[in-house]
Design a protein around this ligand. Structure first.
Ligand code: C2E
Ligand code: CA
Ligand code: CA
Length: 681
């Protein structure tokens, strides 16, 4: 019981939420409280100014009001400050102490005035004390400890001062006041209980809200961020893109969308394993974020593709500087678990609103620029321009025409011979697709193959052309083979591969006479799938030619796993061979590699006698190019073969590192007959 009474005066320092709420409730009441104390005291000073000495009635009241004003001022100064727990508890303790001190001072003043007054003035004093204390207690409703201090103190003073006065009326007032404070104390206690419950409930609600907020933040992070790199993901990127487009449309202004794609990431994954690939992506994301500059939004769209939103317009030069910083940051070697991996980055940029006004349009433009960078300037950057716009329109038109094309009628083949420089004989013809559309004329395969891949018509075209090629193969001498180009989509399609195999078997063609040409870049797209297709073709007995060798990222591991039957040195090397010694060294090392692994090497794109001579000197036997013959229609082949058959053969090249048999290349009959055919044609 005694403990429960003591608890009424105790501060709730074990629950800081309650302490803080008490303080904030009190701060709101404090001006009223001091106003009431001062105003009521001034009234008392006025009624007692005639009976008590002025120093006591007016002077003391003045001093008390001054104290009230100073306290009020201090409270108003502090009301906005967010106090630490320790100071908040201390502040509450001060309220309790100040309640005692201030009430003691007021009661002392009332006691002094009591001595001077008559019954009327004493009744006024009793009324003043009762009404003031009761109102103060109501102001202290939430600060129970101080309210109970005020109630107890006032009850003691009231009884002591008026209860023993001997005056019936004053004793009556004392009893009235005692009954009032008992009810007041009871009400304050109940109210305080509800107040504490409310605060605790509110605290719990805030904590629960906090937990919900954190959960929702976590969910947002998971849904909008890439787990591996921690960068914003594709969904977040497009939301951000739509957001900035909306803002720029309203406010005006421009921004830049960039796409960054790592070149040579797939081989790293294939050769070193996925854990090294993952670590590389994490490191690449960090480098990209640094190099992109502050303010740039960087996201991972998936795989090795990243996106940037540069929120301000940049000139082409500035953009180039930025993209160079990105390229060089990503080109630096990655050291992971003892392995050193190297990649480069191609970038495509498109500016809003010139390149596109909607998110999908702008993204497509940046993607187009990236495609260009990858195709023409690997490791470089391309900014989408009006020429690209024109190209897109042309491509879209081509797409429309191709969709309506009659494949078996409009598509045909041209054949270009691959010759052996040691025998001067044609070893095979490479079949090259030709499309002559009745509406737009003939279109080069470099243009229509990518479009056919895009609209998923490439499989039909490949199968139609392969059928035509097999018909031609049946007409040629047994010693001459067919080299047939496959697209990346063909290699990735098990159904196309099965149909090709079926065509070979049903037509009764000798698979040993057939080579399929695939490029390195095709392998990059899905190496394992490509290997499965290649194995199926090899199992049938066909050969595999690694085309355009040297332009991609072929590692020895690739060549080894594919074990091709031929490697074709890319045209770009042949062109440079006569001017650039470094290029010659590259070709020589490719020829050396072929020698070592026992694979035939073909130098393609031979246009001049000098190129043919250099290729021969470097030890390459098989050659192909305009210098020997342009691609020709199937009907021209018999006469072409007849023409070169009549020309005597003399060997002049180094074969597999062997010594040359002939010194005089100009009069050498190996390259000459084919060249003559070309000139005569
Ligand atoms: P490719 O497989 O590298 O084919 C060789 C290309 O080089 C052919 O161009 C050929 O005409 C050209 N060429 C031959 N000798 C020379 C030369 O001495 N100098 C120069 N500058 N070029 C020479 P074409 O027929 O325009 O084919 C271009 C590309 O289109 C081919 O490159 C190949 O990637 C693709 N392609 C052609 N036919 C087919 C096909 O039936 N299927 C697939 N999937 N792709 C094909
Ligand atoms: Ca080819
Ligand atoms: Ca080629």
């Amino acid at each position: 019981m005694f403990k429960r009474i003591l608890d009424l005066f105790r501060l709730p320092t074990d629950n800081m939420d309650v302490v803080r709420s008490q303080l904030s409730a009190f701060v709101h009441q404090v001006p009223l409280l001091y106003f009431l104390l001062a105003a009521n005291s001034i009234v008392v000073a006025w009624t007692h100014s005639d009976v008590a000495p002025p120093l006591l009635s007016i002077g003391a009241c003045y001093a008390l009001c001054l104290i009230c004003s100073v306290r009020l001022f201090q409270w108003l100064q502090d009301r906005k400050r967010n106090l630490p727990d320790k100071y908040a508890a201390r502040r509450l303790r001060t309220i309790r102490v100040m309640t005692v001190v201030l009430l003691a001072l007021f009661f002392a003043w009332v006691g002094a005035l009591y001595v001077y007054g008559d019954l009327n003035s004493r009744e006024h004093l009793a009324f003043y004390v009762a009404i003031t204390v009761n109102t103060i207690c109501i102001c202290l409703l939430q600060v129970r400890s101080s309210a109970f201090v005020a109630i107890s103190l006032s009850a003691i003073v009231f009884v002591a001062m008026f209860g023993f006065s001997g005056d019936k009326y004053l004793i009556g007032i004392t009893l009235n006041q005692l009954f009032s404070v008992i009810v007041l104390a009871y009400t304050i206690n109940i109210h305080y209980g509800s107040f504490v419950d409310l605060i605790q409930f509110k605290g719990e609600l805030i904590r629960q809200n906090g937990r919900m907020q954190k959960l929702s933040d976590d969910n947002f992070k998971i849904a909008n961020h890439d787990v591996l790199t921690g960068l914003p993901n594709r969904r977040y990127f497009f939301a951000r893109l739509r957001d900035i487009i909306g803002r720029k449309r309203q406010e005006g202004g421009s921004f830049i969308l960039g796409l960054v794609d790592l070149d040579g990431f797939k081989p790293v994954n294939d050769v070193y394993g996925h854990h090294v690939g993952d670590a590389l992506l994490i490191e690449a994301a960090a480098r990209l974020t640094m190099a992109a500059g502050s303010g740039t939004f960087v996201a991972r769209l998936g795989g090795d593709e990243f996106a940037l939103i540069i929120p301000e317009p940049l000139s082409d030069e500035d953009l180039l500087v930025r993209s160079r910083a990105i390229s060089s940051a990503l080109q630096a070697p990655f050291e992971i678990d003892g392995a050193v991996a190297k990649v480069s980055a191609s970038c495509g940029f498109a500016a809003f609103p010139d390149a596109g006004r909607s998110d999908s349009e702008l993204y497509d433009r940046a993607d187009h620029a990236l495609y260009h960078a990858k195709a023409h300037q690997r490791g470089g950057a391309v900014v989408f321009s009006s020429e690209h716009e024109l190209e897109i329109r042309r491509e879209a038109h081509l797409e429309q025409v191709l969709r309506r094309a009659d494949i078996s009628r409009e598509f045909s083949l041209a054949f270009q011979p691959i010759l052996s420089s040691s025998t001067g004989q044609v070893v095979a013809f490479e079949a090259l697709a030709r499309w002559t559309s009745p509406s737009i004329g003939s279109i080069s395969p470099g243009l229509f193959i990518p479009v056919a891949e895009k609209v998923d018509l490439i499989g039909d075209i490949t199968l139609e052309l392969f059928g035509q090629a097999l018909d031609r193969l049946a007409e040629w001498p047994e010693s001459i083979g067919l080299s047939f180009n496959l697209s990346a989509r063909d290699i990735a399609s098990a159904s196309t591969i099965m149909k090709l195999i079926l065509l070979v078997t049903t037509r009764g063609a000798n698979p040993k006479r057939i080579d399929f040409e695939i490029t390195e870049t095709m392998l990059m797209q899905d190496f394992n799938l490509a290997v499965q297709s290649i194995q199926a073709l090899r199992l049938l007995g066909c050969g595999i030619v690694l085309d355009d060798f040297g332009t991609g990222y072929s590692s020895l591991a690739y060549v080894h796993r594919l074990s091709p039957s031929k490697i074709k040195v890319d045209r770009s090397f042949t062109l440079e061979m006569s001017r650039d010694p470094q290029c010659r060294t590259i070709v020589q090392s490719i020829v050396g590699l072929c020698d070592n692994i026992g694979v035939d090497c073909v130098v393609e794109g031979v246009e001049t006698e000098e190129q043919a001579r250099i290729a021969g000197e470097l030890g390459c036997d098989l050659m192909q190019g305009y210098y020997f013959a342009q691609p020709m229609g199937a009907p021209a082949i018999p006469s072409y073969l007849a023409q070169i058959a009549g020309i005597p053969v003399k060997v002049c090249t180094r074969r597999h590192g062997g010594e040359p048999h002939c010194d005089d290349v100009a009069s050498c009959p190996v390259t000459a007959p084919a060249a003559r055919v070309r000139r005569e044609a």
